[in-house]
Design a protein around this ligand. Structure first.
Ligand code: ZN
Length: 167
């Protein structure tokens, strides 16, 4: 397994719309393993393939305290329901920033698992919110898009400055 490089806002590659996975094979399973390793190493609670510059519809999440409830969803389709809830969100592609974002509290996901089986799962709470955040990545969307222009610009400038210092 390998820890992959995570793209950071405002990298334009994060705006790519991911393509559906057409075959679930060993290469894809290796990518999923690497995505889990990258997410746990960061550490984060979710990661979309987009964030590691692979523009395929794959997300991994684990919102458990003990980091032992991994979920991988390939070609996820969401149906959203329930109340609108606000939580502080962060993102491995927007390191160091946490801002309130509103999402649905429940999500029903249909996807393939890494074995290639069709699965359906009812999600709620943090898991539902995290999956909505990761599915946004597959559309080239980031949580900062929900913020005001002013806030988004401030975050972009700070990260650009940080990238210059690191370069
Ligand atoms: Zn994210």
């Amino acid at each position: 397994m390998a820890v992959l490089e995570i793209l950071e806002f405002p990298d334009p590659r994060l705006r790519t719309r991911a393509q559906p996975v057409t075959s679930v094979d060993d290469d894809l399973r290796k990518l999923v393993d690497d995505m889990f390793e990258t997410m746990y190493d960061a550490p984060g609670i979710g990661l979309a393939a987009t964030q590691v510059n692979v523009h395929k519809r794959i997300i991994v999440v684990d919102v458990s305290e003990n980091r032992d409830e991994p979920h991988a969803f390939i070609n996820p389709e969401l149906s959203l329901s329930g109340e609108i809830v606000e939580t502080e969100e962060g993102c491995l592609s927007v390191p160091g920033f946490y801002e309130p974002v509103t999402r649905y509290e429940k999500a029903f996901v249909r996807a393939l698992n890494p074995a290639g089986d069709a699965i359906e799962l009812a999600l709620e709470g943090m898991l539902a919110i995290c999956v909505q955040h990761e599915c946004d990545h597959l559309e080239g969307k980031l949580f900062v898009d929900y913020l005001s222009n002013l806030k988004r610009t401030r975050i972009r400038r700070k990260l650009e400055k940080a990238h210059r210092v690191r370069a």
